[in-house]
Design a protein around this ligand. Structure first.
Ligand SMILES: [Zn+2]
Length: 292
């Protein structure tokens, strides 16, 4: 079934999709949403599933049937990437978004029957020189009105049709797409960023930050999050705490505090994911981290 390197990296997901591909009684969902930091991995996954859905022979990694070859070469007539730079109608002049005209083109194409399993992979994309790079969908490149124009066919597509939506963060997609799709988190194995330069100064007194400073520091974090994003700011705080923890492994009192503080940062991430104002989440976190 799946390529070996995908199996090794994503044992849970590959096992799950293999079951769906093999079992006609529990087939895959018509609409599948991938989210996570590594959009290239999501794209590879979607393409592999498209290949296996269309393979008429061995359904394995080394199969060289016409369908498998076409998908590998991105030439398959029924496996289409839909982005602001891919698969646009010839009279479509939009350049920055997946357009309503593209949505209409897809809808019209589904009026005809097909011998293939049709797959539409929705993502954003850019050219870096000669290299095509997949990026995540968000409200700027995939407008609500375009998404809504697709809802009916996503909900009740003709047979043998699968939609994929690739995004970094589920919150970047309109709720009507999320609710009609089965969502899967695709973990990122890219080199982890261990930096903490953005927040180093704000946290310079750690672990002895005074309680009375917590509002000022929350404001400083909030200002920084406007520039870098709150996720990045909280990631860097965790990076800093992890670095301090590493150099304090002998000191049990310090260790307990740092581990508890790392959990407070995690909690702040969850609060922001649940649409709580970042400044409030930062204040809450700093109340836990600071000392009286
Ligand atoms: Zn094949």
């Amino acid at each position: 079934m799946f390529k070996q390197d995908l199996k090794e990296k994503y044992p849970f997901l590959t096992e799950y999709f293999e079951q769906g591909l093999k079992n006609a009684f529990h087939p895959l969902a018509h609409s599948i949403l991938f989210y996570g930091q590594d959009i290239s991995a999501q794209y590879e996954f979607a393409t592999e599933i498209a290949r296996l859905l269309n393979c008429k022979e061995f359904k394995n990694e080394s199969c060289r049937c016409l369908n498998c070859n076409w998908v590998r070469e991105h030439q398959h007539p029924a496996v289409l990437t839909i982005s602001k730079i891919d698969n646009k109608p010839s009279d479509d002049t939009s350049k920055t978004v997946i357009s309503i005209a593209q949505a209409r083109m897809i809808k019209n194409s589904l009026l005809n029957t097909s011998d293939y399993h049709r797959v539409f992979i929705f993502c954003d994309a850019k050219m870096d020189g000669e290299t095509w790079i997949p990026l995540g969908l968000n409200e700027n490149n995939f407008h609500d009105e375009t998404a809504n124009a697709l809802l009916k066919i996503i909900e009740e597509p003709p047979g043998n049709t699968t939609f994929f939506f690739l995004t970094r963060d589920k919150n970047d997609l309109i709720e009507t797409i999320i609710s009609r799709s089965q969502s899967f988190f695709v973990p990122s194995y890219k080199q982890e960023d261990k930096n903490y330069s953005i927040i180093e100064e704000i946290f310079s007194d750690y672990p002895n930050i005074e309680r009375k400073k917590f509002i000022d520091l929350a404001q400083a974090l909030f200002a920084s999050s406007k520039e870098h994003g709150s996720e990045k700011v909280l990631d860097e705080i965790q990076n800093l705490l992890a670095a301090i923890l590493k150099s304090n492994l002998e000191n049990n009192i310090c260790k307990t505090k740092i581990i508890s503080d790392i959990k407070s940062v995690e909690l702040a991430k969850q609060m922001i994911n649940n649409h709580i104002n970042p400044q409030l989440a930062f204040e809450d976190m700093l109340l836990n981290i600071t000392k009286n």
